[in-house]
Design a protein around this ligand. Structure first.
Ligand code: SAM
Length: 270
């Protein structure tokens, strides 16, 4: 572990905001299995080195090194606060051997000369932070350059008619309620602002614990840019649907999506 200096840790919201975040929006254990299996299906071998761009508390990297005794992970994020939290709360739970295969860099994902990897992942739509085509192209080109031979780049994406307007949805968890609010959507720029709020049971709702200023990119726009920077093939993995109409968490490759109110998909570039 290196290059993380600022003291981070729990927020001053009266609860652990990263713990609530992890319980609400992350499923790191199953996500890393999807990344590994998708690479293996494409390349017929296992990916060894995993780079988690925009890693935050680097939960995926921690799960990656647990998957196999040879797997290595590198997490990259600008913000020391989640990185320090990850060091204190997640890294410390790993064995010495697992820790020795994980490294963290407090850097911009656009920095030149980031470590190379077999698999690079940008999860939870973090790359939507790039608002122009020029910036997005720069990021994808750097990711492409950072891949080892036979490397694969995986990004997730979300959309649907619901995301073209303000709305708020809530999910009840054991100790708290999670709220995902979209405040606005500008059809001209596709810019949108989002907030995560939490309401611990029996306490007041705490507003704007996390905030995001994103451009809502579309799958065809992203695929075009990925192809322009030299990826030979892009494949979309679409989520299946449960009987109640919600997503079932199982993603399969397809050429045809479904016009849902809101959807999540992966784009796999190889
Ligand atoms: C939505 S969080 C995602 C965290 C994590 N990937 C996850 O799955 O929950 C976005 C993260 O991207 C980081 N970030 C934003 N711009 C960045 C950049 N240019 N380079 C590196 N990290 C960046 C932020 O510091 C933040 O931790």
């Amino acid at each position: 572990m290196s290059r993380v200096h600022k003291k981070g840790g729990d927020s001053d919201h009266g609860f652990d905001r990263y713990e609530y975040y992890q319980k609400s929006v992350q499923s790191a254990e199953t996500d890393v299995e999807f990344y590994r299996d998708t690479y293996k299906d494409l390349r017929g071998k296992l990916p060894i080195t995993f780079r988690e761009d925009f890693c935050g508390t680097f939960a995926l990297s921690c799960e990656w090194v647990k998957l196999h005794k040879e797997f290595k992970a590198i997490g990259v994020d600008l913000d020391p606060d989640p990185l320090v939290y990850g060091q204190e709360r997640y890294l410390s739970l790993l064995t010495k051997d697992q820790q020795s295969r994980l490294s963290i860099l407090q850097k911009d994902v656009l920095s030149p000369h980031l470590p190379k990897a077999d698999l690079i992942v940008a999860a939870n739509f973090s790359y939507f932070v790039f608002k122009t085509r020029v910036r997005m192209k720069e990021y994808f080109a750097r990711a492409k350059k950072s891949l080892n031979r036979d490397g694969v780049f995986i990004i997730d994406c979300f959309g649907g008619s619901l995301c073209q307007d303000g709305n708020e949805e809530s999910t009840k968890h054991k100790k708290f309620t999670y709220y995902w609010e979209q405040v606005d959507f500008d059809p001209i720029t596709h810019r949108a602002h989002f907030y995560i709020h939490f309401k611990p049971n029996g306490k007041k709702k705490v507003e704007r614990v996390f905030s995001y200023d994103w451009r809502m990119w579309t799958i065809p726009e992203l695929r075009d840019i990925l192809e322009e920077v030299g990826f030979k093939k892009t494949t979309v993995y679409w989520e299946g649907t449960k009987r109640d109409g919600t997503g079932d968490g199982v993603f399969t490759s397809t050429n045809v999506g479904e016009a849902c109110l809101s959807w999540i998909a992966y784009i796999v570039a190889s």
